[in-house]
Design a binder for this molecule. Structure first.
Ligand SMILES: C[S@@+](CC[C@H](N)C(=O)[O-])C[C@H]1O[C@@H](n2cnc3c(N)ncnc32)[C@H](O)[C@@H]1O
Length: 284
């Protein structure tokens, strides 16, 4: 059974200076909630201390900081100030691994599904630099207030193909998609089916927070046909279509999915035109 978050209290009060960044506070809340979830809690509390318990809180923050490595992405995250940003720590080195080659290109077109408080758009802008194009979409009209801060924000649903196609047309193409939206299976699939074919050759499609693929409340379930994890496994089979006679699960998958990387709660698809593999013997 899923737990309910019943109390999240942020109360840095007099300890503000020692809490130092909003990010640190936020990461600590998330970790505390994640730990309670892992321990099977059904009622969650995340209480951040007032001045009298700041030492304990500070040691928690130090522990979180110890878990943040030294890649450019992690440094940007750890030093993030301003609009709140919500990311699992283990995503950061994965971003670095897959995004750094695009950073070297000098300009990318990135679309994120799910803007929330606008913090991630700042992270992408800082990571990819001013020459890159950063767009975010969100169903919540309140997110329109972030339009123009670190990127462009458009309001609409990730499950609406016409809306998504319009955004991509406005962008003039996309190199990277990050789905951090509703995390509902049918929304994830709808976005993927619309956006993956529109990705540039060499592009990346990232889907986050796929623990929801195991949760019926998000339309998922263990080995459920509707789970996006199962969709991705189907794409792995499609990638290997040279070696079996089953029909492809997605029409585009046969020759455009070059790699599917599975991580905890995250999948990264590499889009590249693929040709029948060739084996060649050399030497001897
Ligand atoms: C996890 S938050 C995004 C966090 C943000 N990317 C970050 O890293 O800080 C999810 C966002 O998805 C939005 N959302 C929920 N359902 C959506 C839908 N159907 N289409 C687009 N956005 C949706 C929510 O309004 C919320 O702002």
């Amino acid at each position: 059974m899923r737990a309910n978050v019943i109390a999240v209290k942020i109360d840095c009060g007099a300890a503000d200076e020692r809490c130092s960044t909003t990010t640190g506070v936020y990461v600590a809340i998330r970790n505390r909630i994640a730990n309670q979830l892992q321990n099977g809690a059904r009622r969650l509390t995340a209480y951040l201390p007032s001045a009298q318990s700041i030492e304990k809180f500070q040691s928690e923050l130090d522990d979180v900081r110890d878990k943040i490595g030294d890649t450019r992405m992690e440094r940007l995250f750890a030093n993030h100030q301003g609009p709140q940003l919500l990311k699992w720590l283990h995503y950061l080195p994965i971003y670095e691994r897959h995004f750094s080659p695009y950073r070297e290109v000098g300009s990318v077109s990135l679309l994120e599904l799910g803007v929330y408080r606008g913090g991630s758009l700042k992270l992408w802008r800082e990571y990819f630099g001013p020459a890159s194009q950063v767009f975010g979409i969100d169903i919540d009209p309140a997110c329109a207030r972030f339009d123009g801060d670190y990127g462009s924000v458009r309001i609409g649903s990730q499950a609406d193909p016409d809306f998504l196609q319009g955004v991509v047309q406005e962008m003039g193409g996309i190199d990277i998609v990050i789905d951090d939206g509703s995390h509902v299976m049918k929304h994830i699939k709808a976005s993927f089916e619309t956006l993956f074919p529109l990705l540039s050759d060499g592009g990346l499609y990232v889907v986050e927070d796929l623990h929801t693929a195991y949760w019926p409340s998000f339309g998922g379930g263990y080995r459920s046909r509707r789970s996006f994890i199962e969709t991705a496994k189907g794409l792995v089979d499609d990638m290997h279509h040279w070696y079996h006679r089953r029909a492809a699960s997605q029409p585009f998958a046969k020759d455009q999915v070059a790699a599917v990387h599975f991580y905890d709660s995250m999948i990264v698809f590499e889009k590249r035109k693929v040709e029948r593999p060739t084996s060649v013997m050399v030497g001897g």
